[in-house]
Design a protein around this ligand. Structure first.
Ligand code: NAG
Ligand code: NAG
Ligand code: NAG
Length: 358
């Protein structure tokens, strides 16, 4: 019987060998192929949000670029103002003493650690989610304001002040000044922060100013402050330009009317998204600001003060990366610009968690 089948199918030794070979190949290759496809699927999932963020950011950049370049709505007051009407300096025309409606005087009181950096984060009343995201992520380096890094959120008055008082009962990190919280009052916010620093955090060595949509990579910040500690005694450091032109397009977020700034150029500025300096420079800016007329763009205003003081703007690499990812740039990154709440948490969890934590 067997012999008949054998004869009928004419299976030779060679065919049997081939059959065995094919079986072995299939049984080893198939799981391998299956495994690799599964792996790349999960990798793909991980990378899609990065791509998502990158394209979202690119779109935002193009929108910004468009508003910067379309001069369709040029300021009509352009012809009315003489270019020399507003001086760079005055005699006490911007004397401002802020009252703190919410204060946490004790934040910098410490006997056991010296305070290296005070981080001041300008925030808007409605941005509680952003503040919480920051508190839960990169601000954990500040050890609930007990370590050598301290921080405060800077806010102004609004109908939400009561809610902020409640928030502050839990977090004890809000400083609220007696001025209306508005984008065009950012200069007030910064100066209020400076006043607070000079009154209640005199012993901090360095001061950083940043916003509530920023990711600050604290190891990077600590590194650049160490590397630039000398120059920061006489300069503001960050993503600084040595010269810039006012934007006269009324649709721009950074619009400056001829009335508010008649001159053709700014004396540069360090992007308000994040800059650092020493407490000494902060004190000097506070003092000179009385004689420097108000200007609504706070980073430019700081630069106008720096110019009057004869100090410098100092470019430091790593500030204001648009799509910075800690994993790739762990050693060079300082700040990342325009980080939405969810992305803040994702960046921290997947890419930026402190190495010693894991
Ligand atoms: C782009 O801008 C929108 C609206 O301002 C914001 O919600 C979104 O998070 C931004 N995307 C990125 C990647 O910055
Ligand atoms: C400093 O003292 C505070 C409060 O007494 C404490 O919470 C903190 O852990 C201390 N820090 C260090 C580094 O010892
Ligand atoms: C800035 O604050 C002052 C003082 O509260 C207020 O009078 C002014 O209207 C505010 N500016 C804007 C643009 O809201």
């Amino acid at each position: 019987m067997f012999k008949v089948v054998w004869e009928k199918w004419k299976i030779g030794k060679r065919e049997i060998l081939r059959l065995i070979l094919v079986t072995i190949l299939l049984s080893t290759c198939f799981p391998l192929i299956w495994y690799t496809t599964q792996e790349s699927f999960s990798l793909l999932k991980k990378t899609t949000w990065l791509i998502d963020d990158a394209t979202g950011g690119l779109k935002n950049l193009t929108i910004q670029f468009k508003t910067l370049t379309t001069h369709s709505r040029v300021d009509k007051s352009l012809a009315k103002v003489k270019p020399t009407e507003k001086p760079y300096k005055c005699d006490g025309c911007f004397s401002k003493q802020f009252t703190f409606l919410i204060n946490n005087e004790g934040i910098c009181k410490t006997s056991n650690v010296s305070i290296k950096i005070l981080i001041m984060i300008t925030s808007s009343p409605q941005n509680k989610l952003s503040r919480n995201a920051i508190r839960d992520t990169w601000l954990t380096y500040a050890k609930k304001n007990n370590g050598n890094i301290r921080y405060v959120f800077l806010l102004g008055e609004s109908p939400m002040t009561k809610e902020l008082e409640k928030e502050n009962l839990q977090t004890k990190d809000i400083i609220l000044g007696n001025f209306k919280d508005a984008y065009n009052n950012l200069t007030y916010k910064t100066l209020m922060g400076y006043q607070w620093a000079t009154q209640h955090c005199k012993h901090a060595q360095f001061v950083m100013k940043t916003d509530d949509d920023m990711f600050v990579h604290i190891p990077g910040l600590t590194r650049v402050i160490k590397e630039n500690s000398k120059v920061l005694q006489t300069a503001v450091g960050g993503n600084c330009k040595q010269s810039a032109r006012p934007i006269r397009n009324t649709r721009s977020k950074w619009y400056a009317s001829l009335k508010s700034y008649p001159q053709r150029t700014y004396p540069g500025f360090c992007s308000g998204t994040g800059y650092v300096t020493s407490l000494d420079v902060v004190t000097k800016i506070m003092k000179i600001s009385k004689d420097v007329p108000f200007f609504h763009l706070e980073d430019v205003y700081v630069s106008l003060c720096i110019k009057q003081l004869g100090l410098k703007l100092h470019y430091i690499d790593g500030f204001m990366r648009t799509f910075g990812l800690c994993r790739n740039e762990y050693n060079t990154l300082v700040t990342v610009h325009k980080v939405a709440v969810n992305r803040m948490r994702r960046m921290w969890e997947t890419l930026c968690a402190p190495k010693e934590k894991k």
